[in-house]
Design a binder for this molecule. Structure first.
Ligand code: T6T
Length: 330
């Protein structure tokens, strides 16, 4: 009997006797010594620390072992992938939960998949993020993360309202090849187009370095002193950009919409130094990734190709509401 038929027959037999069946012919660690998942964050920041809490809580509930890759000190596949590979060398892993730091970081993850390790991308995705259509990057089980374009459009509408639907706006973001922030910028640009009296004067890329965000924003304000609104697309962009406005003595004169509800950004909101903070749900993203990975590995449940938790918005009106407290990245 050909090897392939033997494999099919074995898998059918395993399915009949109720043993876990691996669509990817993955390693059978789940079958004997439990399930091990590797969580690989994008960078050392409060968003991923919160995500790890969700990963670990669900893993404990389900009896899953979690290994967390060392938090990268800077953003990019050249930093993240070597950490991932060094962590994998420590022992058998059934599934990797990773925030790819570039939509193009496909080859190293496809290599793992071909070795039988399943992939769930959390927070960011590969390629165009549509894993439902066959492509070079459709091998992950799922993308679990925010609808970034929707958030960008919603923030554009809110910022437009804050500046009276007229004037100049500026965006500070991280990297053009990162699906999450690129989606936020795309959605924001599309949203702003609905306001004929608003001009987007610039988009700067800080490579996820907070000080660079501060320096770029200050330079933008010097170049365009009449900027009325700013959108900063993630933790380090937000913390950097608002500080530039404070440093320039322009608090209150410029409306600031930010992304990611860190303790620092909530404090700035309370002081009136920013006007809007979008909170993603990193804890839920981490928890869902473990839950879906577990279902797939234990009984072959088909994982949705995209799982999209929503957002919450902090404003001066609700920032002191105890019901909002759970959405702060603590
Ligand atoms: O905004 C989050 C995350 O969604 C994004 O992919 C990268 O930046 C953060 O990690 C915050 O630093």
């Amino acid at each position: 009997m050909k090897k392939g038929l033997i494999v099919i027959a074995s898998l059918m037999l395993l399915a009949i006797v109720g043993m876990p069946v691996f669509a990817n012919g993955g390693n059978d660690a789940a079958a004997d010594d439990g399930i091990t998942m590797l969580f690989m964050p994008g960078i050392a920041d409060p968003f991923y620390y919160m995500m790890e809490k969700g990963v670990k809580a669900k893993a404990e509930e389900l009896g899953v072992t979690v290994i967390t890759g060392e938090y990268p000190k800077s953003w990019g596949p050249e930093v993240q992938i070597p950490i991932l590979e060094a962590t994998l060398a420590q022992g058998d892993v059934d599934i990797v939960l990773i925030a790819p730091t570039s939509v193009d970081a496909i080859a190293p993850l496809k290599k793992l998949y071909d070795q039988g390790i399943e992939i769930i991308t959390v927070d960011t995705f590969l390629g165009d993020g549509d894993y439902s259509k066959p492509s070079d990057y459709s091998f992950p089980l799922s993308y679990i993360g925010s609808d970034n374009e929707k958030g960008g459009r919603e923030i554009a509408a809110e910022l437009a309202k804050l500046i009276g639907e007229q004037g100049k706006v500026y965006v500070n973001t991280t990297n053009p090849d990162v699906s999450s922030v690129a989606g936020r910028v795309k959605g924001f640009q599309e949203g702003i187009e609905s306001f004929p009296n608003i001009e987007l004067v610039g988009v700067d890329y800080n490579l996820d370095v907070q000080q660079k965000a501060t320096d770029q924003t200050l330079a933008a304000l010097q170049k365009d002193p009449d900027i009325a609104g700013i959108f900063a697309t993630n933790v380090f962009s937000s913390q950097g950009a608002y500080q530039a406005v404070v440093n320039a003595g322009l608090t209150g004169a410029i409306k600031i919409a930010t992304w990611d509800a860190t303790v620092d950004m909530i404090a700035a909101l309370k002081k009136g130094q920013v006007d809007l903070v979008l909170a993603q749900k990193p804890y839920e993203i981490g928890s869902l990734a473990v839950e879906w990975g577990y279902k797939f590995l234990t009984d072959g449940t088909e994982v949705p190709k995209a799982v999209i938790p929503g957002f919450e918005y902090f404003t001066q009106a609700n920032v002191d509401d105890p019901a909002m407290d759970e959405y702060i990245y603590k």
